[in-house]
Structures are given as C-alpha cells and as structure tokens.
Design a protein around this ligand. Structure first.
Ligand code: UDP
Length: 338
C-alpha cells in the first residue's frame, strides 16, 4: 500500500538512503532538513524537500499541516559521541528539545506513528555478549543520554496520547548505496570506515586509532557494523509493525569486529595498507558494542542483506572512490563558509 511519509533529517547519511528506499517501495515522501550536516543533492529527486529546522515550531506546524502523514521518521539528531563529550549541554538540550517539539507537533496534527533513530550508545559499558533489549541502560556519553531522554518522551507520548513509536537502536551504520548513488559525506568526517578508506587512498593523514588498551582480544574497541541499506529495511518494517504497538529494537548483525580488524579489511579490499598511528582512548567509547538482533528478526521478519564486513566495506569504497568530495565541492565550500 502506498503511504505518505515525512522524513526529518532525510538529507543526512542514513536519511538519504531511507528516502531512496521509500521511493523504491512506491511511497510518497517529503524531507524536512536544515541542511546543517545534510546535503540537498543527497535527497532523491522524486522526494519533496522542505528546508526547515526542528527549533522552529512554525516551520513544523506548516509542514505537518501540509498533508495527511501516515508516519514520521526522525533521524535529525546531533550524533557524534566525541563531540558530545566536549559539549554535553549542547547535546542534552538540543536533541531532546528538538524531539519534544516534533512529537508535540505530531500529536497536534494527528500523526499516529513515529520511527526514531536511536543508538546503541544507550548501553554504555557492556560485556562481549550480544546486547538485547533487556540489557541495562546506562549511556556512555552525553550523546547516548540525549537519545535516552527522547526514548523516554516517546514512552509518555504513547502512554498518554497513544502515539505509536519504534526506537531503533542502531549499532554502527556503515557502507553505502550498492548502486553508488548515495554515501557517507560528513564534514568533518569522524567515523572509522570512511577515515580508514581515505587514509588508504592517500587522501588524508594516517588514521588515528583511539586506544589499543581495551579489554578486548586485540586491545581495540569492538563494534557491530550494519549496512545502511539494512537499516533502511529495518525502518520500513518497524513503521509497519508499530501500527499494532510501540516497540524498541536493537539493530545490528550480531557480530563484532575490532577497530584493528576493520583497518585490516579496508587495507585488503582497497589493495593498500591503511597508515596508522595509535593514540589515547576517545572519551565516551565503550569497549564492546554488539547487538542481539533477535527481537527485530522475530517481530518484523527483518533479515540483513549484507552479512559480512567485506561487503559493507566494498560498497563504502565504491562511494568514496567515485565521490572524493562527497556530494561535490560546492557542498564542501558551503559548509566551510557556514
Ligand atoms: N575510531 C578510531 N579512529 C577514528 C575514528 C573512530 O579509532 O578516527 C574508533 C572509535 O574509537 C570506535 C570505533 O572506531 O571504537 C567506531 O567509531 P565511529 O566514530 O566510527 O562510530 P561510533 O562507535 O562512535 O558510533
């Protein structure tokens, strides 16, 4: 069935892939984005686009009253762990404040379903065992704490007002559109896989490895890397599933790779060694974060299509090789001036 969706943050890395997925599935969708970190060129041409900010309640009212929305996807948070530890109050005020205005506007405009991009960073210091939805919540960073506040808001929006929501706790989003149309383009880039690829291709200085003294087999942090297209299918299935009731899902492959293993995989697939320097730990990074995706698989039938790190890195490499400036020099210059 064809639906009409609003994608808040649809010009960002995951949002742009989601919009392409919604269009490919035959849905109508409109993006609401302030383009602070997103790119206009990352939005599929078939989607509507509204330049707007979640800080602006009038802009929100205007977009939400412009159509009858079958659901809203919210992917527009500030999202950097390291940055959140340098400016915690910014994260703790902006993410919950923006989400509060969005949820309030959804309630006033009769939206009954919202899918929220949450994070594995809620779980803080976990053991090496895969993390399921019953694991203790204890955010490792101000970023994780700000996302937890939004999850709690959604709980009350359901309890009191009946707004059904899904909170998708992503583990490490990675990779790019297999057709090469969209990919990761952050300025500045802080994520491991794009930095390792660019270091291997000689476009950046050596990769800084944050900490080789963690209690893991090779001393580097272990993460569960999940392909962005598999996150898209998780969003679509979650949106359908919450017609019945609100849900919280951990979304990952259920398999961890250390930073060292990622670096080796990138080097092997790029055909060039990743130059590396080892530094101190980055604040807010837990040693292990590996998902148990059993619940989302059971409740929605979700199955990942990209099941190995090699496949994920191959799609990322295709994007970065063909798009050394991301969405173009104009986008980079615009960001440097802003
Ligand atoms: N990392 C690293 N060097 C970098 C960027 C990341 O060693 O330049 C490590 C980071 O400490 C973490 C892992 O790579 O253990 C994944 O970090 P990323 O920023 O990609 O994602 P996050 O886990 O913060 O969502």
């Amino acid at each position: 069935m064809r639906h009409r969706y609003l994608v808040v943050g649809g010009a960002g890395y995951i949002g742009s892939h989601l919009v392409a997925g919604l269009i490919a599935s035959g849905h109508d969708c409109t993006v609401f984005d302030n383009l602070q970190t997103g790119h206009r060129a990352a939005v599929a041409p078939e989607a509507g686009f509204v330049l707007g900010d979640l800080a602006d309640p009038v802009a929100l009212d205007t977009v939400l009253s412009s159509a009858r929305w079958d659901g809203v996807f919210h992917l527009a948070d500030l999202s950097l762990v390291g940055e959140s530890m340098r400016t915690p109050m910014r994260y703790l005020t902006i993410n919950p404040g923006n989400a509060g205005r969005l949820i309030d506007a959804c309630l006033r405009h009769g939206v009954s379903r919202l899918v929220y991009s949450s994070t594995a960073n809620l779980f803080g210091e976990a053991s090496s065992a895969p993390i399921d939805e019953s694991a203790p919540i204890s955010p490792a960073s101000a970023y994780g704490e700000s996302k937890l506040a939004v999850e709690r808001m959604l709980l009350w929006a359901d309890r009191v007002h009946g707004l059904h929501s899904a909170c998708l706790r992503f583990f490490n989003a990675a990779g790019a559109d297999p057709l090469g149309r969209y990919g990761e383009a952050h300025f500045p880039e802080t994520h491991l896989i794009p930095l390792a690829i660019d270091a291997a291709l000689g476009r950046r200085p050596p990769l800084t490895l944050y900490g080789a003294d963690y209690p893991t087999p090779d001393g580097t942090c272990v993460r569960d890397y999940i392909h962005v297209s598999d996150l898209v299918s998780a969003h679509l299935l979650a949106m359908e599933r919450i017609a019945l009731a609100s849900m919280r899902f951990n979304v990952g492959l259920g398999r961890g790779y250390s930073v060292q293993e990622v670096v080796e995989t990138v080097g092997r697939i790029a055909g060039r060694r990743v130059p590396l320097i080892t530094a101190n730990r980055r604040q807010g990074d837990p040693a292990w974060l590996v998902a148990s995706p059993a619940r989302i698989m059971r409740e929605t039938g979700w199955r990942p299509r990209f099941t190995t790190l090699d496949e994920i890195v191959e799609t990322a490499l295709l994007w970065h090789r063909n798009n050394p400036d991301g969405y173009g020099r104009a986008a980079v210059q615009h960001r440097q001036i802003a």
